[in-house]
Ligand binder design. Structure first.
Ligand code: DGJ
Length: 713
């Protein structure tokens, strides 16, 4: 497409990447390049002339539109589809103006105003750049100044068009207990969509984060990779459309499914952010870009500390009383963790919560189980120098609850259909401000009455079935209004309680995205805590989310030794869901030492850079490293993974991220009582050697996990 002579070159720049935007002869905003920066600034202008599009030929028009609208010359999947006030379905957006605001040395925001020449219809595109992290956060604002309301049929946050010989998409599918399994395949011509229509816990089937290899299949260390993630906790939709042999367009935003949005005159619709980064050094670098960005700019308290937890869920399920909990608090003390977390089952009186079939919504302690209320437990914990945390499932209601009896209209359900229960519960109508206020007051009330509650686990165990709100006039707004209602509650909670750590959880790990992580400090990756399975689950989450956000608990699930379980939990934020009193003497001693060891090296895991050295799918030993910013210390976790597909050849494992010229001493950490480390103390290797030749972690069927510390001498 021809570029207008007078067109500005709008550069969305990070330290290593650039997204170039220019104006076509017909006035449209074109995304002429997204890739590595060129040495010679002036050459960006030459890129567009290489575009093979010939106007008026058989080539499809609009290959490189920066925000594709439907109805005019674009005949492919649009980012935007509008029915204007007069019923017209065509939208043509022309460039109006742009400006750039620099927040600081690292962050800037480019704002580009587009308008339809025939209508008072505006779109503003926002590109927020994080230079050092090579991350772009992009979103759109849609403004209706037409004569009356208009319909937004599709309203994506962003589209980007890239070129390549081949595109390989790595996406993730899940189910309860089987989160983040991998699909990786070549994208053929046509449309491929990752989406969710589930309403809540929207990652239950598919994840809204992905990695895309461009040209060749990327490895951890090599190849061009675009990693993307949509910061939205509701229904999402990410389209990948391959066309004209070497183009791929990614369109990402809220799912328009059952959600044609009526935009009133004068109203602005703000789309959620699509976060993306480009790496030409493989998937590892793409992950590190996302992690660095997330910890600094998105995750609640991303660079602060975290508490280690003993949770009672898998130790007691619903079967507990004050005495049992008191002894668990004692166990937390014995173990050396920071906090005791009281999970499901502590509430409900008319309908006690003794199983997953009642009381959600009745957030008052059960007087039989807890005759002295939460206060006594908190006091007990604090006396032992243990903090206290509480489980809640604030968006849900049990049909057997006082809340439901008092407010049957606060529930999402289609009035002419029978109620359909998932885990015996229904979803509250978060589109309704009264319900939002109830949820806010529930959490705020508990935190105010008990200011020493030091942690919240926020669960969510149902999808939205028979979708209907008795509050909303327009049912097409339900999915969006629900998610906005959820954010509204969280926004208010964060205003009143900015510091409290909160875990995002959803019947396992079906709810994690960067929209929610703005409010949550961490998330529960899966109810599957079998350490073998966990290695894969945690491995895959690690592509998108930093270790500090991933809650890895040691439980009774799996027959592996406790050493293996704990070493696996070291991949993120460690916690426990075990009956400490059932551990034998050595296991207890080991667990106590491991908590202390974790305390010493946690900064490497929480704030270091992650390098996945050897994957658990094809290698007998899975290995990953966390290297601190100055690269003088690295923690390396190694696990024995004797799967059917693993190669039996155990070559040395090559380190990454060290200083080649520095010398590192290797030490084994976290050894089980009375075992001798196979690592001779004092062995020293250069970073160069470790990265080119490698190391042997001495992992085998008898030493199934080995934790190593490389320290610069
Ligand atoms: C599902 C969560 O994933 C579990 O950890 C636990 O909190 C249960 N809900 C409680 O009902």
């Amino acid at each position: 497409m021809q570029i207008r002579q007078s067109s500005p070159l709008i550069k969305i720049e990070t330290d290593h990447t650039i997204l170039c935007l220019e104006i076509s002869e017909s006035g449209q905003l074109i995304n002429s390049y997204y890739g590595q920066k060129l040495i010679n600034e002036s050459e960006y202008r030459k890129i567009n002339s290489l575009d093979k599009f010939v106007p008026g030929s058989d080539d499809l028009f609009n290959q490189r539109l920066a925000y594709v609208s439907s109805g005019s010359l674009n005949l492919m999947e649009p980012a935007l589809s509008v029915t204007h006030w007069d019923g017209n379905n065509t939208t043509v957006l022309s460039y109006v103006s742009h400006n750039i605001k620099k927040y600081d040395e690292n962050v800037s925001l480019t704002r580009i105003e587009l308008k339809d020449d025939r209508y008072a219809f505006f779109v503003t595109l926002f590109y927020k750049c994080y230079a050092a992290e090579d991350v772009i956060e992009q979103w759109a604002e849609i403004r209706n100044e037409e004569k009356s309301a208009i319909l937004l049929n599709k309203y994506a946050s962003a589209n980007i068009t890239i070129q390549g010989n081949q595109f390989l998409l790595k996406s993730h599918y899940s189910g309860w207990g089987k989160e983040m399994r991998v699909d990786e395949h070549v994208l053929n011509h046509g449309l491929y969509t990752l989406d969710s229509k589930l309403g809540t816990r929207t990652n239950l089937l598919l994840s809204s984060s992905f990695m895309l290899s461009i040209d060749e299949e990327a490895t951890e260390t090599n190849g061009n990779v675009l990693a993307g993630s949509l910061a939205w906790s509701g229904n999402f939709r990410i389209d990948f459309e391959r066309f004209d042999e070497y183009y791929l367009r990614i369109t990402s935003g809220i799912n328009n499914y059952a959600s044609v949005y009526t935009l009133e005159q004068g109203e602005i619709f703000t789309c959620p952010s699509f976060i993306y980064t480009l790496s030409w050094r493989g998937k590892g670098q793409a992950s590190r870009n996302l992690h660095a960005w997330a910890q600094k700019y998105q995750v609640a308290q991303g660079l602060s500390s975290r508490v280690t937890i003993l949770n009672n869920w898998e130790a007691t399920y619903f079967d507990f009383d004050e005495e049992k909990l008191a002894s668990l608090i004692q166990n937390a003390k014995e173990l050396g963790v920071d906090l005791f977390l009281l999970d499901d089952g502590w509430f409900g009186n008319k309908y006690p919560r003794n199983a997953a079939n009642a009381a959600l919504g009745d957030w008052i302690p059960n007087t039989e189980k807890l005759p002295n209320g939460l206060a006594a437990l908190i006091e007990k914990a604090n006396c032992e120098d243990i903090q206290f945390g509480l489980w809640l499932e604030p968006e849900m209601v049990s049909p057997k609850s006082v809340l439901y009896e008092n407010h049957p209209d606060w529930v999402l359900k289609e009035p002419l259909l029978p109620e359909y229960y998932m885990r015996n519960q229904l979803v509250l109508d978060l589109t309704n401000p009264e319900v939002q206020e109830f949820i806010y007051q529930t959490v705020h009330g508990l935190l105010t009455t008990h200011p020493r509650i030091a942690f919240i686990k926020w669960d969510c165990n149902s999808l939205i079935y028979n979708v209907h709100s008795s509050f909303l006039a327009n049912q097409n707004h339900l999915y969006i209004a629900y998610t906005k209602g959820f954010y509204h509650v969280l926004e208010n909670l964060r205003k009143s309680h900015p510091e409290i750590p909160m875990m995002l959880c959803a019947g396992g790990g079906s709810r994690v995205d960067y929209g929610a992580l703005k409010y949550f400090t961490e998330f529960w990756p899966s109810d599957n805590t079998n350490p073998y399975d966990r290695i894969f689950i945690q491995w895959e989450y690690s592509y998108y989310f930093p270790a500090i956000t991933i809650d890895n608990h040691v439980t009774a699930m799996g027959t592996q030794p406790i050493k293996f379980k704990i070493d696996v939990a070291f991949m993120g934020k460690i916690g426990f869901d075990i009956r400490v009193n059932e551990l034998n003497e050595n296991d207890l001693l080991f667990a106590q030492q491991a908590v202390k060891t974790y305390g010493k090296i946690k900064n490497l895991i929480w704030y270091g850079s992650l390098y996945r050295l050897q994957d658990p799918y094809t290698h007998k030993i899975a290995s990953l490293a966390y290297v601190n910013p100055v690269k003088d210390t690295a923690l390396v976790l190694n696990y024995y993974m004797p799967t059917l597909f693993a190669t039996t050849i155990a070559k040395p494992i090559k380190m990454q991220g060290l200083l080649p010229d520095a010398a590192y001493q290797v030490e084994e950490l976290n050894t089980y009582p009375n075992t001798v480390s196979l690592f001779e103390s004092g062995r020293i290797y250069s970073g160069d050697f470790l990265m080119k030749i490698g190391f042997n972690p001495q992992v085998d069927a008898n030493r199934t996990s080995v934790v190593l510390l490389f320290k610069k001498v």
